[in-house]
Ligand binder design. Structure first.
Ligand code: DX5
Ligand code: ZN
Length: 217
């Protein structure tokens, strides 16, 4: 499968003391998206970035802001994240918000919507919504923390989703998130993923440009 690979560095692994610099560094190194992990300490057992941070870093770059909402009630925060500068909003099918209504809220504001599935959620849950969304995010770790190991048993979900997208003749992106590095990126791309999130692998690398090139290759 020779589709263009998009890289979305997860700033969860960045140094927050110099966030603007960290973002500029990965964008200059070839990253098209910036992955922003929003956690509420409720949907996942961790707290991370919120609306004011998104607003501040919006001034730093024109890269696509890929906001991954790991929060219980995403629909209640869609407007705030869009006003802050989100371009793409991903929310979990396991959240409490109505899937259809949340997608509509995002797309009617002119932004891209994506559905996210946790490792134990079957992929066919997203099939009825494919024509309304831009991307599906398949979690390859349990959401909540960076630096975990990639779950290879998620690969069949990627393949099944790619098949279904082709069957419906759609142009939906498949994003993977969690434990993506030089080796696991190959497995993801072979299975049909085309948007790769990587936190630790990119930000902990001594040569960010090279790390991004390797993921894209
Ligand atoms: C985990 C987050 C990920 C995380 C990935 O809940 O959704 O985006 O930052 O980190 P790495 O690439 O270090 O596994
Ligand atoms: Zn994420």
């Amino acid at each position: 499968m020779s589709q263009k690979i998009i890289i979305s560095p997860s700033i969860l692994a960045a140094d927050y003391g110099k966030l603007a610099e960290e973002i500029t560094k990965v964008v200059d190194a070839g990253a098209e998206y910036i992955h922003i992990d929003v956690m509420d300490g409720h949907f996942v057992p961790n707290i991370s970035i919120g609306v004011p941070v998104v607003q501040s870093i919006r001034k730093v770059t024109n890269a696509v802001f890929d906001c991954h909402l790991m929060i219980s009630n995403p629909i209640d925060y869609v407007d705030a994240f869009i006003s802050a500068g989100a371009d793409l909003i991903s929310f979990h099918v396991e959240s409490n918000s109505d899937i259809e209504k949340t997608i509509k809220k995002i797309t009617s504001a002119g932004k891209k919507a994506a559905l996210v599935v946790k490792p134990n959620t079957p992929i066919d849950v997203v099939f009825p919504y494919l024509s309304e969304i831009s991307m599906v995010l398949i979690m390859t770790v349990e959401p909540g923390f960076g630096g975990q190991s990639f779950m290879t048993d998620m690969l069949p979900k990627i393949k099944a989703l790619r098949q279904e997208i082709e069957r419906q003749a759609l142009a939906v992106d498949i994003q993977v998130d969690g434990g993506v590095d030089a080796e696991t990126a190959v497995l993801c791309k072979d299975a049909g993923a085309n948007v790769l999130v990587a936190g630790s692998y990119i930000f902990k690398s001594p040569d960010v440009k090279k790390a991004i090139e390797i993921l894209k290759a």
